[in-house]
Design a binder for this molecule. Structure first.
Ligand code: MV4
Length: 452
C-alpha cells in the first residue's frame, strides 16, 4: 500500500534534477530541491518550490548523506524522494531507510536494488529467467585456484568482475592462464577497497562487442519494454553518445531481447523504471545479459523520443501507486533518436575536465531537437561533480535525418568560457564507421583517437 504524496524531494543535481523538476511540475507535485553549497545558484534550486542546503560541496558530505536527505524530506513534508542517477540512486540501504522513515523511494524495492546490485546474483537471476548470459562461473569464486579452474574451463581471454562493481568498475581482462592468479588477487583487493566486498566472478571475454540496453517499466503487474538503446560509443567505460533503435539489431533480435528483459523483470519482481544492459556480438547477432541498472539513466531521452513515453513521469506515477495505463501493444518505436553528451571536457587534452564560468550560451532548437540541461549564461560549472553540461537529443524519421539534425544542432551550439566535447561529436558523426552504424565499444579509443 503506498501513501499518497504531493511533494517530492529531488536528491540529485544538474540536468537530471531539472528533468525531475519538470516531471513533478507536469504532475502537479511540489518540489523540494536539496543542494550542496556548490549548487546554491543552480537552476534546479531556482525552479524548486522549496530548497534545503544539505552540506558542503564534497558529495560524501552532501548528496551522499542519506541521513541529511531523509531529514530534509521529513522537515519539508516531502512524502517521496526521487534519487535521479548516480549518488544514492542504487543504494539499497538508503531505499530501505526511506521506507523506514515513511518516505516513498521513487524506484524499485530495496530488496530488488540489493539483488541486482550484486552482479553475480543478477547474472544468476538472468540465467533462471532464461536470459542468455556469457559462459562464466556459477556465482562468485572463493579463491584464485577456483577462479583458475573456472577460467580454464571457459577458455581465454576471460574477464574478472567484482560482484559489488558494475559500470566497468572492478573489471579485469585476463588473456593467459598464467596471469590469472595475480590478476585475481589484485582485482579482489581493489574491489574490497572500492566497494567493501572483494567477491569476484569470471566470464568469457567477448571482444569487438556492442553495448545494447533495454528500457523497462513495471508497476508490479504490467511489465513493459520500451525498446533498446545502443550505447557503443564510449570512452573508458563512459558513454558519450547513445541512439535508439540500435543499427545492429534486426526485428527478430529486437523482439527476443525485449521479451528477455520482461522475463527477467517478472522473475525478480521488478517495479519502476530500469535498464537491462547487454553486450551484443555483432558477428553472430547474439546478445548476453551484462547487468541491470535499477535507476533512470542519463540516456533515457532517446527512448522517450522514439516511443513518446515520459519515463520519469511514469516512474513517479508508479511510486504513487498508479497502475500503468499502457500495454506492450501501445509501445511503438517511431523514427530514430540520437543523444550527444556535452561535457565540460577538452577532447584535445585527453578529455580533461574543464570547469569554469559559462560566459556565453546559445542552445540549438528547431524541428526534432531537445536539450536537457541545467546550465545558463553566467553559470559557474563547479569542479566537484561529473562534467555533464547538457544532453542534445535529436529525433528524425530515420537515422539519416536524426544524424543530420544532430550535426546542425551541434553547429548551432555556442558555449563560451569552457571547453566542451561538442567538436568531438561533430567529428564522430562524420566518420564512415558511424555513418555505417558500425561502432564497437573500443572504437573511440582504438580507431578514432589520433595517436598521442
Ligand atoms: C564484458 C565485456 C566483454 N565480455 N563482459 C563494461 C561495463 C560493464 N557493464 C561490463 N562491461 C563489459 N563486460 C564480457 N563477458 C566488455 C565490457 C566492456 C564494455 C561493455 C559495454 C560497453 C562498453 C564497454 C567498455 C569496456 C568493457
Amino acid at each position: 500500500m503506498t501513501t499518497p504524496f504531493h511533494r517530492v524531494l529531488i536528491a540529485n543535481r544538474g540536468e537530471i534534477a531539472v528533468r525531475v523538476q519538470r516531471a513533478c511540475r507536469e504532475l502537479g507535485l511540489e518540489t523540494v530541491q536539496v543542494y550542496s553549497e556548490a549548487d546554491r545558484d543552480s537552476m534546479a534550486v531556482r525552479m524548486a518550490d522549496r530548497s534545503v542546503c544539505i552540506g558542503p560541496p564534497r558529495a560524501s558530505d552532501s548528496y551522499l548523506r542519506a541521513d541529511m536527505v531523509i531529514s530534509a524530506a521529513l522537515s519539508q513534508g516531502a512524502g517521496a524522494i526521487h534519487p535521479g542517477y548516480g549518488f544514492l540512486s542504487e543504494n539499497a540501504a538508503f531505499a530501505r531507510q526511506c521506507g523506514e522513515a515513511g518516505v516513498t523511494f521513487i524506484g524499485p524495492s530495496h530488496e530488488v536494488i540489493s539483488m541486482m546490485g550484486d552482479k553475480a546474483m543478477a547474472r544468476r537471476m538472468a540465467e533462471e529467467a532464461g536470459v542468455p548470459t556469457t559462459p562464466g562461473s556459477k556465482g562468485t569464486l572463493a579463491s584464485a585456484a577456483l577462479a583458475q579452474a573456472a577460467a580454464d574451463a571457459i577458455g581465454y581471454p576471460v574477464i574478472l568482475k567484482a560482484a559489488a562493481g558494475g559500470g566497468g568498475r572492478g573489471m579485469r581482462v585476463v588473456k593467459h592462464a598464467q596471469e590469472l592468479p595475480l590478476h585475481f588477487e589484485q582485482a579482489s583487493r581493489e574491489a574490497k577497497a572500492a566497494f567493501g566486498d572483494g567477491s569476484m566472478y569470471v566470464e568469457k571475454y567477448l571482444t569487438r562487442i556492442r553495448h545494447v540496453e533495454i528500457q523497462v517499466l513495471s508497476d508490479g503487474e504490467t511489465v513493459l519494454h520500451l525498446g533498446e538503446r545502443d550505447c557503443s560509443v564510449q570512452r573508458r567505460n563512459q558513454k558519450l553518445m547513445e541512439e535508439s533503435p540500435s543499427p545492429a539489431l534486426d526485428e527478430t533480435v529486437r523482439a527476443e531481447i525485449g521479451e528477455a528483459a520482461v522475463r527477467l523483470c517478472r522473475h525478480v519482481g521488478y517495479t519502476s523504471a530500469g535498464t537491462i544492459e547487454c553486450i551484443l556480438d555483432p558477428a553472430s547477432g547474439q546478445f548476453y545479459f551484462m547487468e541491470m541498472n535499477t535507476r533512470v539513466q542519463v540516456e533515457h531521452p532517446v527512448t522517450e523520443l522514439v516511443t513518446g513515453v515520459d519515463i520519469v513521469k511514469e516512474q513517479i506515477r508508479i511510486a504513487q501507486g498508479n497502475k500503468l495505463s499502457l500495454r506492450q501493444a501501445d509501445i511503438q518505436m517511431r523514427g530514430h533518436a540520437i543523444e550527444c553528451r556535452i561535457n565540460a571536457e577538452d577532447p584535445q587534452a585527453n578529455f580533461a575536465p574543464c570547469p569554469g564560468l559559462i560566459e556565453e550560451l546559445h542552445f540549438p532548437g528547431g524541428p526534432g531537437v531537445r536539450v536537457d540541461s541545467h546550465i545558463y549564461s553566467g553559470y559557474r560549472v563547479p569542479p566537484n561533480y561529473d562534467s555533464l553540461l547538457a544532453k542534445i537529443i535529436t529525433w528524425g524519421v530515420d537515422r539519416h535525418e536524426a544524424t543530420a539534425r544532430m550535426r546542425r544542432a551541434l553547429q548551432e551550439l555556442r558555449v563560451g568560457g569552457v571547453q566542451t566535447t561538442a567538436a568531438f561529436h561533430e567529428r564522430l558523426l562524420q566518420t564512415e564507421q558511424f555513418r555505417r552504424g558500425d561502432i564497437h565499444t573500443r572504437f573511440v579509443e582504438d580507431d578514432m583517437m589520433e595517436p598521442r
